[in-house]
Design a protein around this ligand. Structure first.
Ligand SMILES: C[S@@+](CC[C@H](N)C(=O)[O-])C[C@H]1O[C@@H](n2cnc3c(N)ncnc32)[C@H](O)[C@@H]1O
Length: 299
């Protein structure tokens, strides 16, 4: 439904879009080509790269992206609105990117939340504008990351006042004039595989640009590496091994005893619990302290 509304809105306003964007950059005193070049820089493109731009609209960034590609390069340009894209195609044609002398450019109408490509098909994906109003930003961001190869870049941006300007008169004026400026970068919606995530605020600090590298799943961490210091234990024991609380008196005694024994708090408690449990369980459950759980302090 929101997508339908979005599509209809852009279908109806496509003819006026370019004038609005030119006004926008003028209002902020920014050089649009320069700003867009700096955003496209974040894609870290090489001539042979295969790139996707979603929500390309009238292709105001597409020209900068296409100009980075050369031998072996391929550029896929997508938007929800056929009218926006047909103006975009004309811009690309006028800029000389469609006469067959450059790397191929393919235009297609579609939804950024459902990309018809295999995993890792692209070296980079770019999306600027429109993201704030997506019904499912998380899904769209996941799709963008899914179609990018490992270590490839995703760059997305839209309106969003920088945190340090939200309470200022400057920020308040803009957010009152246009509610889109009240949006915040959708960092909570980034996929788990996002790495080296960077947010910057550009164009009068009123637009966020997020760029990240695509990794696989959650970041790597050794949950069983003994933690240095007197608490001891590991990330795993601290998360999965939490037990019932004890009386304040027992707690004080445990810390004192750990100190006296030279063990970390973790190792002392682990040993005490195992000893008490073994005594009650008999031989059934006798287990010794595993060497992995001993801290460096003890050895
Ligand atoms: C603000 S314009 C940005 C156009 C262009 N990227 C630019 O920077 O000038 C937003 C564009 O996103 C497109 N759009 C909106 N929802 C979309 C979706 N779910 N998938 C793909 N494009 C979408 C709209 O049709 C519109 O062309």
């Amino acid at each position: 439904p929101t997508e339908e509304r979005e599509k209809q809105y852009y279908e109806e306003t496509a003819r006026d879009y370019d004038a609005v964007i030119e006004w926008l950059f003028r209002s902020f005193g920014e050089n649009e080509d320069d700003v867009r070049r700096r955003m496209v820089d974040l894609l870290e493109l090489q001539q042979h790269h295969r790139v996707l731009e979603t929500g390309a609209g009238t292709c105001r960034d597409s020209v900068a992206i296409a100009s980075r590609l050369g031998d072996g390069g391929e550029f896929y340009v997508q938007d929800l609105s056929p009218s926006m894209l047909s103006i975009g195609r004309e811009r690309m044609r006028e800029a000389g990117f469609l006469d067959g002398s450059r790397s191929p450019v393919r235009f297609f109408v579609g939804n950024a939340g459902n990309l018809p490509f295999d995993d890792g098909f692209f070296d980079a994906v770019y999306h600027f504008g429109g993201l704030n109003l997506f019904t499912d930003k998380r899904r769209a961001l996941a799709e963008m990351a899914r179609v990018v190869r490992l270590d490839g870049k995703v760059v997305v941006g839209d309106e969003g006042m920088a945190p340090w300007q939200r309470e200022s008169e400057y920020g308040q004026i803009l957010m009152t004039s246009n509610k889109l400026y009240a949006h915040t970068p959708p960092l909570d919606d980034l996929p788990e595989g996002a790495r080296d995530v960077c947010v910057r605020w550009m164009i009068g600090s009123a637009f966020y640009v997020i760029d990240f590298r695509v990794g696989e799943g959650a970041p790597r961490v050794d949950l069983d590496l003994p933690i240095l210091g007197k608490r001891g234990g590991t990330h795993r024991t601290r998360y999965f091994g939490v037990l019932e609380g004890v009386s304040p008196e027992a707690k004080r005694m445990a810390y004192e005893a750990a100190e006296a024994s030279g063990l970390s708090w973790h190792d002392w408690v682990d040993r005490a619990v195992r000893a008490a449990a073994s005594a009650d369980l008999g031989d059934r459950e006798r287990r010794v302290l595993s060497p992995r759980s001993r801290t460096a302090r003890e050895t």
